[in-house]
Design a protein around this ligand. Structure first.
Ligand code: HEM
Length: 467
């Protein structure tokens, strides 16, 4: 009889010890921990209770992990739960009238027009771009057989290139190096939660580091404006086939009139980059890390890829022929949700799961907690993709697995990123093997996205002689 192979249990931050010391010391410790990594401020309790209070006495928040209450906040009762003022204060200067940072009528008008941009047909149209970029990355890595590579920055660059090519099919129109550099600098300074935001100081109190982001935002927006002008010029007034996001946004109509003014197009594009490149990149990097530590799972995934008719299947359909690969991706997003923290602020008094919610108070749904909740997931901290085989909810109740959020504000780019991940993994893992290389495992840090503490160094080697 062969012994069952133990499932891999990736390391995660220890729970916050709520007990230690008198309250001023506890508060200092809490703030220092928060500044280092907000994930380390969660106590054991939040992983066990459906509804829990968290934070310090001066600023308690309701942490909701009860699936029906989650449904109420994001779906059936969403009108009472807009985005928090703190979040808007952090993101609005960068993302302006983009989808993430609008509410009410402005949001619903923009969402309707953007839904028509992210149709299955349009998303399928981006598959060739994804394939070309994945093959270019694979070719670079083939030349580095036996080397240790930092998978996290590679995936960030890959996802950025995919979005940049999807934004403008003409690759010469954007200075890629300069754009990548500006965007990565912006992501590292603009979205970091500041302690002033946490304690709710008003927006005019300067946040250190925000001045740098204002200049970067101006530069990025200027390059989008120049792109829009060029695209208008090249298209002329006649009939044309939409080839990229720029075309789709310029073509979008609302009651027959252009749906978006130029400034809105710029904000939407920046929002797509802010919301779509790092999230997808994190998911790919964490997936490769998990696979490197779970050779039995990797072998099953490789067998699936080897047997799948990828050459005869258009890339937009790879998700259908790689079901186990997609189960691995879903399990990876369970353990490492790229968007680890969702928050809303009650507009009027309410009640959530029996707990009173006062107008103005913040309720949080934390995929990092929800996806590892001990009352919901058996073997919550273990990497077990089988739970997602044949079940996109992973065997959990509806609304307990929400890597893309839910309700009217569910991620508009979900199918874009799932398609991108299927193509990237299909291309890379057909020819290459990624194995552990670093002595220190990457720890998840809560930033704008769930960032690994290291570059995720993995040893890359050729899988096939003909590769
Ligand atoms: C693995 C990849 C991705 C993950 C995990 C992810 C996750 C999420 C989540 C959780 C939300 C909801 C936020 C909330 O309710 O507070 C969201 C919203 C959004 N996402 Fe994504 N996202 C991903 C990829 C993308 C891509 C590729 C794009 C665009 C190209 C995109 C664009 C957006 C936009 C515009 C919104 C705002 C939707 C609205 O408020 O109506 N995302 N995403």
């Amino acid at each position: 009889m062969t012994a069952a192979i133990a499932a891999f249990r990736p390391p995660s931050p220890p729970p916050f010890d709520a007990a230690g010391g008198p309250s001023p010391f506890r508060a200092i410790r809490y703030f220092r921990t928060f500044a280092r990594n907000p994930l380390e401020t969660w106590t054991d309790e939040v992983f066990e209770k459906p509804i829990a209070q968290a934070g310090l006495a001066i600023r308690r928040v309701l942490v909701v992990s009860d699936p029906e209450s989650i449904r109420k906040i994001f779906s059936t009762g969403a009108h009472n739960y807009p985005m928090t003022r703190v979040r808007q204060r952090i993101l609005k200067p960068a993302l302006g009238e983009g989808l993430l940072t609008t509410e009410g009528e402005a949001w619903s008008r923009a969402r309707k027009s953007l839904n028509a941009v992210f149709t299955p047909r349009h998303v399928s149209g981006f598959a060739a771009t994804m394939l070309r970029n994945a093959e270019a990355l694979r070719d670079d890595l083939r030349a580095r057989d036996g080397e240790t590579v930092g998978v996290a920055p590679l995936m960030t660059r890959f996802a950025l290139d995919v979005l940049a090519d999807s934004l403008s099919a003409d690759r010469t129109m954007l200075d890629r190096e300069q754009f990548a550099d500006r965007l990565s600098r912006l992501m590292s300074v603009a979205g970091v939660p500041h302690l002033f935001d946490l304690v709710g100081l008003p927006g005019f109190v300067p946040r250190f580091g925000r001045a740098a982001s204002t200049a970067l935002i101006g530069e990025l927006k200027a390059s989008f404006r120049a792109l829009a002008a060029k695209a208008r010029e090249t298209r002329g007034g006649g009939e044309h086939e939409a080839r990229d996001f720029m075309d789709l946004l310029l073509d979008a109509r609302d009651d027959g009139a252009p749906a978006f003014a130029e400034d809105e197009i710029v904000d939407h594009l920046l929002t797509f980059f802010a919301a779509g490149h790092e999230t997808t990149a994190r998911s790919l990097a964490w997936t490769l890390y998990l696979l490197s530590e779970a050779p039995d799972i990797r072998a099953r995934l490789e067998a699936e890829i080897d047997a799948a008719p990828l050459n005869e299947t258009p890339p937009e359909r790879w998700m259908d022929v790689l079901p186990f690969t997609m189960a691995v991706v879903r399990e990876s997003m369970r353990l490492y949700p790229p968007a680890p923290f969702l928050a809303r602020q009650a507009a009027a008094d309410d009640e959530i799961g029996g707990a009173p919610v006062k107008a103005g108070s913040v309720v949080v749904v934390v995929p990092w907690i929800l996806h590892r909740h001990r009352a919901i997931w058996p073997h919550a901290d273990e990497f077990r993709p089988d739970r997602f085989v044949g079940d996109a909810a992973g065997g959990a109740p509806k609304y307990a697995y929400i890597p893309f959020g839910l309700g009217p504000r569910v991620c508009i780019g979900a199918s874009f990123s799932l398609q991108e991940m299927a193509i990237a993994l299909g291309v890379l893992l057909r020819d290459l093997k990624f194995e552990p290389a670093g002595a220190t495992p990457p720890m998840p840090l809560m930033r704008v996205t769930l960032q690994p503490s290291t570059d995720v160094p993995l040893k890359v080697s050729l899988r096939r002689c003909d590769a």
